[in-house]
Design a protein around this ligand. Structure first.
Ligand SMILES: [Zn+2]
Length: 328
């Protein structure tokens, strides 16, 4: 087994990456970080139980995690697509693309979007002798460290390592929010033992992942759903009763809201009544500068998770109606 690990440590260290001083700084030794970032995102998914068999789907969640690594280095206006490394990793002997039924793998294609990637491929798999190594924490950590040390300069390595920990911990937190009640204290104790991780960031990201998933990226108040294959969604996860007041991350204190509804909800211009119908403040009716389409949402049922145990808690909604909603 050890010999195989050495072989793959070497393969991870020898990825073909594009070099350009114009596009990449010394933080990545003037080379593209996309392939290492994709592999780091996949390792995080294996570690947090989001990948449980030897098959990597080009999912929205993976694209989002890949993007979150890119955000550590790229300016906000520069958009990366996971499609590029996902497709071009085929040059590494350990990565095998699985074409869609009726399609054949072809080399040298320009696969410039995740949408296109999904039209051509179901996903990818690791070689059969690599996957068992990735499931073992010791060898997985070594492979992760090779990626970080080989492709990133010393000043950025700690940031990338902390980001990986954040991804793994927040995924575990998110899963626990969806499975057990009142686990936050236990969780806090566990992650406090890991000094690299910022508990509030883990909590924020974990809460967000859980709520956005429950609402399937749909705004509870206006019903809009906009999701790009590259991993961008229009919705945020909002606390119904703010964290600073409730210290409650349970999904029944969460609601997915688009940017406009999130702002309007926080400003007290929108709320939810005891029958789960949208409430619009009279302020909106009286101010012609506020978007008129909000009035059409009044008394419409709010979108809720399919399982009623995750619906917004009426006590939390009552708090918002009492403390935040503008009634006149
Ligand atoms: Zn909305």
């Amino acid at each position: 087994m050890c010999g195989r690990l050495d072989y793959f440590l070497n393969a991870f260290a020898m990825l073909r990456t594009d070099g350009s001083k114009k596009n990449w700084t010394s933080l990545t030794y003037n080379r593209s970080p996309y392939k290492p970032f994709l592999l780091l995102a996949v390792l995080d998914f294996i570690e947090s139980g989001l990948i449980v068999r030897n098959f990597i789907e080009p999912s929205f969640e993976l694209a989002q995690t890949f993007q979150s690594y890119c955000d550590l280095l790229l300016p906000p206006e520069r958009k990366a697509s996971m499609s590029y490394p996902f497709y071009h990793l085929e040059s590494a002997a350990f990565w095998e693309l699985k074409p869609q039924p009726g399609q054949q793998h072809q080399r040298g294609l320009a696969v410039s979007s995740v949408k296109r990637l999904r039209q051509l491929y179901l996903g990818a798999k690791f070689s059969d002798d690599l996957y068992p190594l990735l499931q073992m924490p010791g060898s997985r950590d070594k492979l992760r460290m090779v990626l970080i040390e080989k492709y990133f300069s010393p000043e950025i390595r700690q940031t990338i390592l902390e980001h990986s920990l954040l991804n793994c911990q927040s995924a575990v937190y998110s899963t626990s929010l969806l499975t057990t009640q009142e686990m936050f204290q236990d969780f806090k104790q566990t992650i406090n033992q890991s000094p690299l991780v910022d508990v509030d960031k883990v909590r924020d990201q974990g809460f967000r992942k859980a709520v956005v998933k429950l609402y399937d990226h749909r705004c509870a108040l206006c019903g809009i759903k906009m999701l790009t294959p590259e991993g961008h969604t229009i919705v945020d996860a909002a606390h119904i009763k703010p964290w600073s007041v409730s210290y409650n991350d349970h999904p029944t204190n969460g609601i997915a809201l688009c940017k406009l509804c999130h702002w309007s909800y926080d400003e007290g211009l929108m709320s939810v009544d005891h029958n789960y119908l949208v409430m619009i403040s009279p302020v909106v009716k009286n101010d012609h500068n506020l978007p008129g389409h909000m009035l059409t949402l009044s008394d419409r049922p709010v979108f809720r998770p399919s399982e009623s145990r995750f619906w917004p808690d009426q006590e939390n909604l009552a708090w918002h109606r009492r403390e935040r909603f503008t009634k006149k």
